[in-house]
Write a protein that binds this ligand. Structure first.
Ligand SMILES: NC(=O)c1ccc[n+]([C@@H]2O[C@H](COP(=O)([O-])OP(=O)(O)OC[C@H]3O[C@@H](n4cnc5c(N)ncnc54)[C@H](OP(=O)(O)O)[C@@H]3O)[C@@H](O)[C@H]2O)c1
Length: 423
């Protein structure tokens, strides 16, 4: 049985998907039992060369959604509008939708999935986190019954590429960013990547899948990588860590905590070996243990492969005529106050090299309920670099201690404060 497919967006992913649907038509049918028929691909600029024959292209977005032979709409335009309106328009007509748009899912997930549920159709988004890595389906299906405790993800290839190059080549942030832009790993405006916004959208989606709690992309605490210095990469390595930008979701006694920040990751942790533009997500559960999902987080072919898997899945459901129950839930749940979240910190202080300074600093931490796990000091003339790794304490106490340390006469600078992830 045939299912007509309309694609919104014929760029890197949409163009590759269109070509796959045409070239691999028979293989897909014989492997999956569904015959997928490409109907149209909507683009903005009809003059651009495409990865698929020109007769499939149109610049009339609505005509693709409204075409009666299109039963399944694939949104691969990106951004919020007009993607959001078009997805809602397709769902309202009872058409299944597949998207790779994390920004859209993280911003409007509850509304979109409510609309899909009310029409009993699929809204699938495997490629929205981790590109080509099968991740959403394992989390939403295979692990649906597990009480997951923690999800740690390297979900932004650009920042992982930058941090990996800073680590292996000792080059500074600005220098590596420029190279990443030249090689096409970073956008001309890299803010969404290096500022943590892209990872925050993915963290919100991962937390909804892992814990059934919705925070939304804007509700995720975030710190990017723009302040990371090569000194801390070097010192971190001496202490047994490497620095990664992590999306972290945790089910804690204080509630579900979702955040994005650079973190010192122990060198023997599986995420430490994820280098370059790769993505990986490490999932922990009491029954299932530790699971690692790793692979290409972007790129036309890997991403279109993940999208195609969703298209086949949604087509099967359309053909079966079943009412589809959404695979993601948006419970209000209990979200942790950020100040209550337990964190461990690596801290680099530039201090006066004088007797009693270390005791004074340890005293300030102690006054705020933060105990120190290890200290390392290097003197240089009248100044010294002090590296501290704290034990776990609440974010509120850690930040209050750091504020008090900043105001000490003997402390010239809190040069870095980076969270540490326990293995
Ligand atoms: N690229 C990846 O590796 C990757 C990985 C994971 C997820 N994703 C997600 O996949 C989606 C697509 O990404 P992409 O890299 O394929 O983007 P892209 O190369 O920029 O392609 C976007 C396509 O949408 C079309 N388009 C955008 N706005 C339009 C409008 N208002 N009217 C008509 N057409 C419009 C563009 O038309 P023109 O070609 O005429 O400009 C283009 O064909 C995004 O949500 C992205 O976050 C991408």
């Amino acid at each position: 049985m045939r299912v007509g497919v309309g694609i919104l967006g014929g760029g890197t992913v949409g163009g590759t998907l269109a070509r796959k649907l045409l070239d691999d038509h028979e293989v897909i049918a014989s492997k999956s039992g569904v015959e997928l028929a490409l109907v149209k691909v909507a683009v903005r600029d009809m003059a651009k060369p495409r990865a698929f024959p020109a007769e499939y292209a149109t610049d009339d977005l609505e005509s693709v959604v409204d075409d009666p032979s299109v039963k399944l709409v694939v949104e691969l335009m990106g951004g919020l509008e007009p993607a959001r309106s078009l997805v809602l328009r397709a769902l309202a007509q009872g058409k299944a939708v597949v998207t790779a748009n994390k920004e859209l899912v993280a911003a409007d997930g509850p509304e979109l999935f409510q609309e899909a549920a009310s029409h009993g159709v699929s809204l699938l988004f495997e490629a929205a986190v981790g590109g080509g890595i099968p991740l959403i389906r394992p989390l939403s299906e295979s692990l649906a019954g597990e009480r997951l405790t923690r999800v740690l993800g390297i979900v932004n290839g650009t920042t992982n590429f930058i941090l990996s190059a800073m680590d292996s080549e000792g080059r500074d942030y600005a220098d590596v960013l420029e190279e990443a832009q030249r090689l096409g790993y970073a956008e001309a405006d890299p803010t969404a990547d290096v500022g943590g916004g892209d990872a925050a959208a993915k963290a919100a989606i991962l937390a909804a899948l892992a814990f059934g709690v919705w925070v939304g992309g804007d509700g995720v605490y975030r710190e990017g990588i723009t302040e990371i210095q090569t000194d801390d990469i070097e010192f971190g390595r001496r202490l047994g860590y490497c620095i990664k930008l992590l999306a972290v979701g945790e089910d804690t006694p204080a509630g579900v905590a979702v955040r994005v920040h650079p973190a010192m990751v122990p060198l023997d942790h599986p995420l430490a070996s994820v280098r370059g533009a790769h993505n990986a997500v490490f999932v922990e559960g009491p029954a299932v243990g530790d699971l690692l999902f790793m692979g290409p987080g972007a790129g036309g072919d890997p991403t279109a492969t993940a999208v195609l898997g969703d298209v086949i899945d949604a087509a099967r459901e359309l053909l079966a005529g079943t009412q589809v129950v959404p695979r993601i839930q948006f419970g209000a749940g209990r979200l942790a106050e950020f100040e209550q979240v337990l964190s461990q910190f690596y801290i680099r202080l530039e201090v006066a090299d004088a007797p009693g300074v270390l005791a004074q600093i340890a005293g300030v931490f102690g006054d705020h309920g933060v105990s120190i796990r290890s200290v390392w000091q290097e003197g240089r003339g009248g100044a010294a670099t002090l590296l501290l790794v704290t034990h776990e304490a609440t974010e509120g106490d850690q930040q209050a201690a750091l504020d008090a340390i900043r105001s000490l006469d003997t402390v010239r600078q809190v040069a870095a404060a980076i969270r540490v992830i326990g293995s």
